[in-house]
Design a binder for this molecule. Structure first.
Ligand SMILES: [Zn+2]
Length: 203
């Protein structure tokens, strides 16, 4: 009788532990799976999100970063701006007014006239763009991330880049411009009192 009770207890305990062990395995497997799944699925965009977070953490209010990459007749531009410079706050919108401020800014970035315009004689046209507002509650910062793609019929005619950015967003003070093109690598400090900067993208 006692023997059988002990045996049953051990059996029950055994089943319990096996179950526990099994659940833990499944959990671990699920966790592992969902992690690797995420990475596999998002790959590039994960990288981008990490980069964006770093950018939000480390950005300096008043200072935007504009990366320009040019190859042949294609130009890609990527702008990172602190949301404080664009809409005056750095958190997710809390009311209709803030939502509309964000939407207005996004509309300016997506305007087909563009925000950064190369010399008109170069015949550059925007062929694609994306603009998003991103907030990072853990750092208390938020920003705008904008990309433009351009195609230019005569890129050798590019002598400068003009902008409506400082006019549209008076809180912005400066843009750090990083250019990579056939003409090499260049960094330009663009202060708000300059409507245009000199820019050459071919040798
Ligand atoms: Zn900030």
């Amino acid at each position: 009788m006692i023997k059988s009770f002990v045996y049953t207890s051990i059996l029950v305990a055994g089943i319990f532990f096996v179950n526990l062990y099994y659940s833990a395995q499944v959990l671990a497997a699920e966790k592992g799976h969902s992690d690797s799944h995420k990475h596999g699925e998002k790959g590039h965009s994960d990288k981008h999100e990490d980069g964006q977070k770093r950018q939000l953490d480390s950005h300096e209010h008043g200072v935007s970063v504009l990366k320009i990459a040019a190859e042949k007749n294609m130009i890609e531009m990527e702008l990172e701006s602190p949301a404080n410079d664009i809409v005056g706050f750095e958190h997710a919108p809390e009311n209709e007014k803030q939502k509309s401020q964000i939407n207005k800014a996004l509309a300016i970035f997506k305007d087909k006239k563009g925000v950064f315009m190369p010399t008109p004689a170069a015949g550059c046209k925007i062929t694609g763009h994306s603009a998003e507002f991103e907030s990072d509650p853990s750092s208390g910062h938020a920003g705008f991330h904008v990309k433009w793609k351009m195609s230019c019929s005569n890129p050798s005619k590019i002598k400068n880049l003009s902008t409506s950015f400082f006019k549209s967003f008076p809180k912005a003070e400066e843009i750090e411009v990083e250019v990579v093109s056939d003409a090499g690598q260049k960094e330009i400090e663009w202060e708000k009192d300059q409507n245009k900067i000199q820019l050459t993208l071919s040798k």
